[in-house]
Design a protein around this ligand. Sequence first.
Ligand code: SF4
Ligand code: SF4
Length: 228
Amino acid sequence: MDAEIKMLKVHLAGELFEVPEGSTIMMAFEYAGFQLKRGVGCREGYCGACATVYREKGDYKLQGGLACQTVVTDGMTIAQIPFVPAEKPIYDLTQLSPDVSTFTELFPSVFRCVSCNTCTKACPQDIQVMDYIQAIIRGDIARAADLSFDCIRCGLCAMRCPAEIVQYNNATLARRLYGHYLAKKSPELEKRIIEIEDGKYDKQINDLNEMGKEELSKIYFNREIKIS
Ligand code: SF4
Ligand code: SF4
């Protein structure tokens, strides 16, 4: 016989519900009958779509986390965020230089960083956010690209920054600049791009497009990865 499931009380979008212990915030919303259309994506902690604000019972601190990864606690108060409406300038990557002048022009706010480290503490990916911002300020684009590599663009850092910097959009630009201008070119990649453009893999791509989820998963998990 199954052990009895313990129920926890949580406030979701202003209403009180009971949800099973062990639920993530996302599961709690759905258990309570909410249909999540925005602020939900891969459900595995990779896409960054489900940034959520919450407060634990008896605690004054507002905290942020991913709804698909954060497990509810009894008495938690939770608000879903559909998306983070952060500043995102439009630019043509081919017209930029891979140095600090690009950030001076497109993201002047980055120079307001006061090195408080709040962004690093807010990051659900344990990224050294302040360090990549400082690398950008020093003009070390390669370092910023490397440190921010695992960023999932959830926006939680930007929501906490006292200097109102949009860290992840800066980081995305750093990685784009690195990839376009600074990274060592891969002859294998160049060759493969030409092959794709010449239609060498058209049949395989069509076959993949017609496959079901189960077959695709099997191929994905059995794939061989070449590391050189
Ligand atoms: S939260 Fe903002 S001001 Fe503080 S270290 Fe991060 S980027 Fe700088
Ligand atoms: S750096 Fe910011 S946007 Fe990227 S994962 Fe961390 S908190 Fe989210």
